[in-house]
Design a protein around this ligand. Structure first.
Ligand code: PAP
Length: 324
């Protein structure tokens, strides 16, 4: 197996087939040149908990408009997360084919984030490829990056993509990809947004260099200590919880509202369809740490382990073999 790194700043360059190509259109005019001091960028690789982070960020930032518990306020029933997919509340800036008429959303109008005090924008684009106006420290917008251990990330992606391949929107003629084939692509770094390790390292290094600008978090940490991480994200975004809020249980309310069990069982996420294409329930599969052990073979585990050690060596970023 080749483990060559094929990552470039051109995020289209790793696409496998034309049909598979998820074109990345980070629109400078749309967001880049207008990145604002109050923007919050949610950055992830696919299948690393994007929808979870979107829900959390939305709930944290909008908590004065939308309380997260029915016991604290009757306005709870108007909380947008109860009826709208987090994918719509925090839209992607880089997938034009996911939106009506194959057009990028116009973020300059801030029409997508309800009354949010800041624009919430999601992206899968690697750090080096982000528009300059987002990256420069002079623009005080912030980036929260969430990654997931490579074993679970790969397994979740493979399972999802094989479902997605059967969907007419992706026009793949139902062609499935064997796990062996998909694994080779993953290890070769052939992915829509570049190799896994380049993606995580790009944001990791920036978070060390610039901790006020980039917050780096792991899916596994969120799972293990949801309240601590919810507070950490809130503080980073400048929306830390007051002691009064903490005493009232607001942190717990937000992490319960955004928990896998709660979101998965909401009618919109159980029975809704995302923009007429994918059923929302496909974004809530198991939500567990360590499910990879049900899919990866011993040789795959060994290969991935060796590869990650090699790629992350010296960076200070460590992934254990997360077991349930
Ligand atoms: P996307 O790239 O399609 O946006 P993304 O949201 O990044 O997907 O990741 C989906 C994964 O997060 C799924 O993992 P799984 O396949 O291992 O089950 C999904 O179940 C999981 N997930 C979704 N919501 C939550 C949540 N609230 N808490 C924990 N995990 C979640």
């Amino acid at each position: 197996m080749s483990t060559s790194t094929q990552h470039t700043n051109d995020t289209n360059s790793n696409s496998r087939h034309d049909n598979d190509e998820i074109s990345v259109h980070l629109c400078e005019d749309n967001v880049g040149r207008h990145a604002s001091h109050t923007d919050l960028i949610i950055a992830t690789l696919p299948k690393s908990g994007t929808i979870w982070l979107k829900a959390l960020a939305f709930a944290i930032i909008n908590r004065s408009h939308y309380p997260s518990s029915s016991s604290s306020s009757e306005n709870y029933h108007q909380h947008p997360l109860l009826t709208i997919s987090p994918r719509d509340l925090v839209p992607f800036v880089d997938f034009k084919q996911l939106y009506p008429d194959n057009r990028l959303l116009d973020f300059t109008k801030n029409s997508t984030n309800h009354d949010s005090p800041c624009r919430l924008i999601a992206t899968h684009v690697p750090y080096p490829s982000l528009p300059e106006s987002i990256k420069i420290t002079a623009t005080n917008c912030k980036i929260v990056y969430l990654c997931r251990n490579p074993q679970d990330n790969f397994s979740s992606l493979w399972l999802f993509m094989n479902k997605a391949r059967a969907m007419p929107m992706l026009n793949n003629n139902n062609a499935s990809l064997s796990m062996d084939e998909a694994f080779d692509y993953f290890c070769d770094g052939v992915q829509e947004f570049g190799p896994y390790w380049d993606h995580v390292l790009g944001y990791w290094k920036e978070s060390i260099k610039n901790p006020d600008k980039v917050l780096f978090d792991k899916y596994e940490n969120l799972k293990k200590e949801p309240k601590t991480q919810t507070k950490r994200i809130a503080e980073f975004t400048g929306c830390g919880f007051s002691s009064e809020e903490e005493n009232q249980g607001v942190v717990e309310d937000i992490s319960s509202l955004c928990s896998f069990e709660n979101l998965k069982n909401l009618d919109v996420n159980k029975n809704g369809t995302w923009r007429g294409t994918i059923q929302n329930k496909e974004f809530f599969r198991k939500g567990e740490v360590g499910d990879w052990k049900n899919y990866l073979t011993p040789i795959m585990i060994k290969t991935l382990d060796g590869l990650m050690k090699e790629k992350l060596h010296g960076s200070g970023l460590v992934f254990q073999n997360y077991l349930p």
